[in-house]
Design a protein around this ligand. Sequence first.
Ligand SMILES: [Cu+2]
Length: 123
Amino acid sequence: MTQISVLIVGIILIVLITWWFFGKHQVETKEAKMEQSKQIIDIKVDGGYSPEQVIVKKGIPTELRFTKLDNSSCLDHVVFPDFGINQALPQDQTTSIMLNTEESGEFEWSCGMNMFHGKLIVK
Ligand SMILES: [Cu+2]
């Protein structure tokens, strides 16, 4: 009886571990909304980025509005290496970053220490 219990617990653990490593984890993704001649995305900065993946259209000026609610210094800069941007994000304020998205592709952004990440997808 004990052996069967151990076996069952073992199988459950294996299933859980497999799911954790190979299961499809959802990434919060949002598409830009159009406003006049530009596209805008609001991103909340609180223990990471929400959404952490944004999709914009190629060739339309893009405005990313970061609102920093997290009071750790970790997230007080946002860096877009591909665009040469390193922008300070003042606490409890919304900071706009304008991007020229003429090229399609995937562009990562991160906090100043490269700990939290997000991704901009231009198509
Ligand atoms: Cu950081």
